[in-house]
Design a protein around this ligand. Structure first.
Ligand SMILES: Nc1ncnc2c1ncn2[C@@H]1O[C@H](COP(=O)(O)OP(=O)(O)OP(=O)(O)O)[C@@H](O)[C@H]1O
Ligand SMILES: [Mg+2]
Length: 306
C-alpha cells in the first residue's frame, strides 16, 4: 500500500471519528436544534390540519401532496418522540451521575439525521395545491363521498336496515375480516340514520380490542349532554329517548351492555344496538338477534372500488 493511500485512509477515518465524537459531545446542542425546527414543523402541521378540516367540511378533496406530507410528519413525530425520550433519560441519569454514553451518542446521531428530514418537510410545507372542489354533481349528492356502495356492502347494508326496521330485533351484529369495510359501513349507516331521522338520536362509539367501559360510558354521556356517566344514570336517560341507536364499532369480546355499561336495549324497545366485530363468534356471545356478514370483495367489487 502506498503512503498516499495510507494517508487518505487516516484522513478519512479521522474525519469519520470526528463526526461520531461530535454526536457524542454535542448531543444536547443537536437535540435542541432539532427541537426548535420540529416545534416549528408541528405548529405548521396544526395549521395545516385545521385547514384540512375546513376544506373537508366544504366538501373539498385534499391534494395527495398534503396527505402525503401529513403522513410523513406523523412518521417523523414518532421518531422525534423516541429521541426526546432518550434525551430525557440522559438528563435524568445525569442527575444521579449515571453515565449514559450510548444514549448520548444515539441522541446526537439521530438528532442530526432527523434535523435534515425536518428541514425538508418544512421546505415542502408551501404546498403547490392544497385542495380542490369536487365535481358539482357530487357535492349535491347527499351520500358520504368516501362510501362506495358495491355488491358485498350493499347486501350487508340492506340486511342491517331491514333488521333495524324489525320490531323484534334490538341487537344487530356485523362481522367480517379486518379491512373488509365494517367501519365504513357503520359510518354510512350512521349518516343515513341521522339524515332520515329514523332515530331521535344516533350514538357512535368505538370500542376497540381493549375496551374501557368508563370511556364508552363517557362517549355515550357526551352525546346525551350528561356529566355523570354511571350505568344507572345512562340507562335512566336512554330510556327517556323514544328511539335511540347505539353503534359500537370494533368489539372483540363480550361486553355487559345492560349491567355494566347501562344500555337498556332489552327493556327499552326503542333502544337498538349495532355492533361490529372481526369474529362471527362475538355476535354469538353478545347474543345478537341478527348477524350480518360483510363478505370479502369479489373481483367485480374490487374493480368498482378501485
Ligand atoms: N364501501 C366502501 N367504500 C369505500 N371505501 C371502502 C368501502 N369499504 C371499505 N373501504 C375502504 O377500505 C378500508 C378498510 O375499511 P374499514 O376500515 O371500514 O374496514 P374494517 O372492516 O372496519 O376493518 P377492521 O376490522 O380493521 O376495523 C378503508 O380505507 C375504507 O376507506
Ligand atoms: Mg373497523
Amino acid at each position: 500500500m502506498g503512503s498516499g493511500t495510507g494517508n487518505a485512509i487516516v484522513k478519512y477515518s479521522w474525519k469519520k471519528l470526528k463526526k461520531h465524537a461530535c454526536y457524542f459531545i454535542y448531543y444536547k446542542k443537536k437535540f435542541e436544534k432539532l427541537k426548535e425546527q420540529f416545534d416549528l414543523l408541528k405548529a405548521i402541521t396544526d395549521d395545516t390540519q385545521q385547514k384540512v378540516e375546513i376544506s373537508k367540511r366544504n366538501n373539498e378533496i385534499i391534494s395527495d401532496e398534503v396527505n402525503l406530507w401529513l403522513k410523513k410528519v406523523i412518521e417523523l413525530e414518532e421518531k422525534f418522540n423516541n429521541i426526546k425520550n432518550n434525551f430525557d433519560r440522559i438528563v435524568e441519569n445525569e442527575k444521579y451521575c449515571i453515565p449514559s454514553l450510548i444514549f448520548r451518542y444515539k441522541v446526537g446521531r439521530e438528532a442530526t439525521r432527523k434535523k435534515d428530514k425536518t428541514l425538508k418537510l418544512l421546505d415542502q410545507s408551501k404546498f403547490q395545491s392544497f385542495s380542490h372542489t369536487l365535481d358539482p354533481s357530487a357535492v349535491n349528492h347527499p351520500s358520504n363521498i368516501d362510501f362506495v356502495s358495491f355488491g358485498a356492502t350493499k347486501e350487508a347494508m340492506q340486511k342491517v336496515i331491514d333488521a333495524l326496521n324489525d320490531d323484534k330485533v334490538n341487537l344487530i351484529g356485523i362481522y367480517g375480516m379486518g379491512g373488509v369495510g365494517k367501519t365504513t359501513l357503520m359510518e354510512e349507516i350512521s349518516r343515513k340514520m341521522k339524515e332520515t331521522e329514523t332515530f331521535d338520536m344516533v350514538i357512535d362509539v368505538v370500542v376497540s380490542q381493549n375496551p374501557n367501559i368508563a370511556q364508552i360510558q363517557r362517549d355515550i354521556a357526551d352525546v346525551l349532554g350528561m356529566r355523570e356517566s354511571s350505568n344507572k344514570m345512562l340507562a335512566t336517560r336512554l330510556k327517556q329517548v323514544k328511539k335511540v341507536l347505539i353503534m359500537l364499532d370494533d368489539v372483540w369480546a363480550r361486553l355487559e351492555l345492560v349491567k355494566e355499561v347501562g344500555i337498556p336495549y332489552q327493556e327499552h324497545k326503542g333502544c337498538k344496538v349495532i355492533l361490529t366485530s372481526r369474529k362471527a363468534e362475538t355476535c354469538n356471545v353478545m347474543e345478537a338477534d341478527v348477524s350480518v356478514e360483510v363478505a370479502t370483495l369479489s373481483k367485480e367489487d374490487s374493480w368498482q372500488l378501485f
